[in-house]
Design a protein around this ligand. Structure first.
Ligand code: R5P
Length: 288
């Protein structure tokens, strides 16, 4: 078994390697003058089971392309099997056509990964679980929830209500609530007017005087979760926590998340968070 890391989240790859008691394999990564990427595996992997760790986080296109090139390089180096470990699967939000003449990028990316030569995929908290079915190779869909739930349970928060920030996230929130001693569930009726613009309308469920835990798969610009928190406060929630596996944190997420709406914003390290994306209420848990 050999483990290699792309450049997207080397720290997470190192943590995984440490956990397994292995070293990351040697690999050269270069960029040509015109921006094209070059990858070379620096040891024989003939007949090996190769695992490549690379989330397709920002810059998404570069990291995705690097993953495809790594898979291709491993396959051409006669690896027995290449597994793409994708802690954050980018382009997942376009998982179906919602208007005419659109692309389904989640499927396009699945085709690219499969065509490159991956024999198996491991991904965490896909935006939509059915993306597994876009692949005709084995797919392990794993979750950040065990580490987030352990952390929440250790805080022993009183009068919990688990809140889904939109109707699409109800199954995820319900699973969280079940694991938190069958906490009650509330749902925010979110309607989007445009991409990356969240408009919150209504809370379904009782949050008055409670500790509200908003659960989402990702926080991108922070609009969904911040609007949700504002509404929960208006409806009388005593404290608001936000949890999400993927901290995409595109601007203006940091301003929105650190504005005092949240007791804590709990995320995992599927995407690396440099110092300028950290703030006092942020808790980062490792999924290594
Ligand atoms: C949407 O369906 C997703 O689950 C997230 O709620 C959304 O992508 C978060 O985006 P933002 O933080 O930009 O509102």
């Amino acid at each position: 078994l050999r483990l290699f890391s792309g450049s997207a989240n080397i720290q997470l790859s190192q943590e995984v390697a440490r956990y397994l008691g292995m070293d990351l394999g040697p690999m050269i990564r270069k960029r040509f003058a015109d921006g094209e990427l070059y990858v070379q595996i620096q040891e024989s992997i003939r007949g090996c089971d190769v695992y490549l760790i690379q989330p397709s986080c920002q810059p998404v296109n570069d990291h995705l392309m690097e993953l495809l090139i790594m898979i291709d390089a491993c396959r051409r180096a006669s690896a027995r099997q290449v597994t793409a470990v994708i802690p954050y699967y980018g382009y997942a939000r376009a998982d179906r056509k919602t208007a005419g003449r659109e692309s389904i990028t989640a499927k396009l990316v699945a085709n690219l990964i499969t065509e490159s030569g991956a024999a198996r995929v491991v991904a965490m908290d896909l935006h939509a679980a059915q993306i597994q079915g876009y692949f005709d190779i084995p797919f392990d869909h794993v979750y950040g929830s065990p580490v987030i739930l352990d952390y929440l349970a250790s805080k022993q928060l009183p009068d919990l209500v688990v809140v889904s920030p939109d109707v699409g996230g109800v199954a995820r929130a319900r699973a969280f609530a079940k694991k938190l001693n069958d906490a009650p569930l509330a749902i925010i009726d979110k309607r989007r007017q445009a991409h990356n613009v969240a408009e919150v309308l209504n809370v379904i469920g009782d949050v008055k005087g409670k500790t509200a835990v908003l659960v989402d798969d990702m926080i991108d610009t922070g609009g969904t979760i911040a609007e949700g928190a504002r509404l929960l406060r208006e409806e009388g929630a005593r404290q608001v926590y936000a949890c999400a596996t993927h901290a995409v944190f595109s601007p203006p997420a940091i301003e929105r998340l650190s504005s005092g709406l949240f007791e804590e914003v709990i995320v995992t390290n599927t995407i690396p968070l440099p110092e300028d994306k950290r703030f006092p209420q942020l808790v980062v848990l490792s999924v290594a």
